[in-house]
Design a protein around this ligand. Structure first.
Ligand code: CA
Length: 303
C-alpha cells in the first residue's frame, strides 16, 4: 500500500454511537478509505455489527428482556434472534453497573433513536453510497471471538466469508480487509477456507510480539496497539520499537488502533500523535474514532 490509509473505527464513533448506521453514514461522508465492522452472530446466525459478544453496555437489553441474562449477569448477542435484537435501542457506550457513559464528551447516552443492524445491511449502505456518490469506500470487517462462537456451535468465519463473497468481496482488489485477533482462526481463513481477501492479524495490547514470521505466512498486515510501536521518549523525541521495521521487512503493512482525540495519554495533541506515528514511526494506516480529523491531517501533510 503506497499512501497512508484512514479506517473509520466503528464508524464516526467519536460523534455518534459506535456501529450504528448513522455513525457509518456520517463516516462515509468523510470519505475514509475503509469503514470498520465488528461481527458477532445472533442466535439465528445473522452477523450483527457490534463490538462485543455482550449487549448490555450499548443497548437497553436489560430493560426489554430482563429475564434473558446468563448466570454471569450479562446479556449475549448469541442468545437473541435477529428480530429480537432489532427491538433494542442502541446508545453511546456505558458501564452497565454504574450507568456512566464511557466517553462523557461524546454523543449523549439514551438520546435520539438508534438500532442494531446486520453485516448485510451495512454492506448495502456502503455499496449503495459507493453507487450514488461515485466514491469507493471499502469495508474492514472483524471476526470477533471465533472460539466463543465454536463453543456455541457456530462457525462465524465461514458464515462471514460466504456473505462477503455474495457481495463480491472475494479478492485483494475488492477493497475488503478481514481482521481477527485469533491467529489460528486467521491462518485457517487463508489455508483451509482459502480466502483471497487481504487479512490483518490483530495483536492484543498485552502480547509480547514474537510471531511476525508466522503472521506473514498467511496475513498481509498487522493491527497492533499503537503503544507497541512506542518505546520511550528521549530529549523530547520518540524512540520506537523494532515492530514496524520487522513488519515491513516481512511485507506486512501496519494499521494500529486506536486514534482518539479525546484519549491522548502519551501525547499533548492529536496532531502530534498522528505526526509521530504516521511520519516518524511510518505506519501505513490507522483506526480512528475521528476519521475527519485524520483525513484533514494527512491532506495537510501531503500538500
Ligand atoms: Ca474492531
Amino acid at each position: 500500500m503506497n499512501s497512508k490509509i484512514v479506517i473509520a473505527h466503528r464508524g464516526a464513533s467519536g460523534y455518534l454511537p459506535e456501529h450504528t448506521m448513522e455513525a457509518k453514514a456520517m463516516a462515509y461522508a468523510m470519505l475514509p478509505d475503509y469503514i470498520e465492522q465488528d461481527l458477532v452472530l445472533s442466535k439465528d446466525d445473522v452477523p450483527i455489527v457490534i463490538h462485543d459478544i455482550y449487549l448490555d453496555d450499548v443497548t437497553n437489553v436489560a430493560r426489554i428482556f430482563p429475564n434473558r441474562k446468563r448466570e454471569d449477569g450479562r446479556y449475549y448477542v448469541i442468545d437473541f434472534t435477529f428480530n429480537e435484537l432489532l427491538q433494542l435501542q442502541v446508545s453511546e457506550r456505558f458501564n452497565p453497573t454504574t450507568g456512566a457513559q464511557l466517553y462523557p464528551n461524546r454523543f449523549p447516552k439514551n438520546k435520539a433513536s438508534f438500532k442494531l443492524h446486520s453485516l448485510q445491511q451495512e454492506i448495502e449502505l456502503i455499496q449503495g453510497l459507493n453507487y450514488s456518490t461515485g466514491n469507493f469506500v471499502g469495508i474492514y470487517p472483524e471476526i470477533k471471538n471465533p472460539n466463543f462462537h465454536y463453543k456455541n456451535g457456530k462457525d462465524i468465519t465461514k458464515i462471514t466469508l460466504d456473505i462477503l463473497s455474495s457481495y463480491d468481496y472475494k479478492t485483494e482488489e475488492d477493497k475488503c480487509i478481514l481482521q481477527c485477533f485469533d491467529a489460528k482462526e486467521l491462518e485457517r481463513t487463508r489455508m483451509v477456507l482459502k480466502s483471497k481477501l487481504l487479512l490483518v492479524q490483530l495483536i492484543e495490547s498485552t502480547e509480547k510480539i514474537k510471531r511476525l514470521d508466522y503472521f506473514s505466512s498467511y496475513a498481509n498486515g498487522i493491527g497492533p496497539w499503537y503503544k507497541q510501536i512506542l518505546d520511550k521518549k528521549e530529549n523530547g523525541k520518540w524512540i520506537f520499537t523494532d515492530l514496524i521495521n520487522k513488519a515491513h521487512n516481512l511485507n506486512l503493512f501496519v494499521h494500529p488502533y486506536t486514534f482518539r482525540h479525546d484519549q491522548l495519554e502519551d501525547f499533548t495533541s492529536f496532531e502530534e500523535m498522528m505526526h509521530v506515528l504516521f511520519f516518524e514511526a511510518n505506519i501505513d494506516g490507522g483506526f480512528t474514532d475521528f476519521p475527519d480529523k485524520m483525513i484533514t491531517f494527512l491532506r495537510k501533510e501531503k500538500s
